[in-house]
Design a protein. Structure first.
Length: 271
């Protein structure tokens, strides 16, 4: 089974979904405790939520395997993205609720971690790099939109309830400040945005993908959107998609993506 699902687009926009995967290979699944098979920390239903990607002409890259197998939004050296704060690692050993994923004697060994990097992490990142370079060659500038979602309350990581829309640009280092301004202007002007709270570079500043690939000086502009799951799905198992809720936020998502494309065009990319 392929490590990812890729759809090539025609416009200078790549939407990455590194935490949408739900598969767990049998050889890993048998090592895990039952709680792992609930996959509670999945970025559920983003394929459906971002259905406008094809209409926009965007490229999409989505993970096949669960983040419990390996976290594609972490550095392969497992460096902490938020020093001093509690985070989950490259090969997580517990859930967001701090439930163990493995019995102590079955924790992944270093050799197993390296095997998972080679088998699952590297193919995703190689495809991501290749598509960014292809789009850059075609258009001269490219937008990378890293799509995520998370439960609205996760006490382990943040107090209280998360804002609905959490944008991360690595404190404006992963994209030109002008693109962040374009996103902010869209939020201010769109009638669809009125019911949603938002923040830039709050608890979520962007993970490894945003920080590593966002290179404004080289015309690659990356932003992460961490959405609160309560605005498009049920947060309790079985984590059902809510078309009625999703239909309210999808027009805004399309406007935000289009705002990034329009900004990119105004900067003088290749027609």
């Amino acid at each position: 089974m392929t490590a990812y699902h890729f759809q090539q687009g025609s416009v200078p926009l790549l939407i990455s979904m590194p935490h949408v995967g739900t598969s767990i290979p049998d050889d890993i699944a048998v090592q895990m405790l039952p709680v792992a098979h609930e996959k509670a920390d999945t970025d559920w239903h983003l394929h459906q939520l971002y259905h406008m990607a094809a209409e926009l002409g965007a490229s999409t890259l989505a993970a096949e395997y669960s983040r419990y197998v390996i976290d594609l939004n972490r550095s392969s050296d497992n460096a902490n993205l938020y020093p001093g704060q509690d985070t989950t690692g490259l090969c997580p050993v517990d859930t967001f609720a701090k439930q163990p994923l493995y019995a102590v004697e079955k924790l992944p060994t270093e050799a197993e971690v390296q095997r998972r990097i080679a088998t699952y992490w590297q193919p995703y990142h190689q495809q991501l790099q290749q598509e960014l370079q292809r789009l850059l060659n075609l258009h001269g500038r490219v937008v990378l939109w890293d799509a995520h979602s998370i439960a609205s309350t996760v006490p382990r990581f943040f107090e209280g309830k998360l804002p609905d829309l959490n944008f991360g640009t690595a404190d404006q280092h992963s994209c030109d400040p002008g693109m962040q301004t374009a996103i902010a202007n869209c939020l201010q002007q769109s009638v669809h945005a009125k019911v949603y709270s938002h923040i830039f570079n709050g608890r979520f500043k962007g993970g490894f993908i945003t920080r590593n690939y966002g290179k404004p000086a080289h015309n690659i502009h990356a932003v992460q959107l961490e959405m609160s799951q309560c605005i498009y799905m049920n947060e309790a198992a079985p984590y059902a998609y809510r078309p009625d809720l999703a239909a309210q936020v999808q027009p805004l998502l399309q406007q935000l993506l289009q705002a990034c494309l329009d900004w990119n065009t105004r900067q003088g990319g290749i027609a």
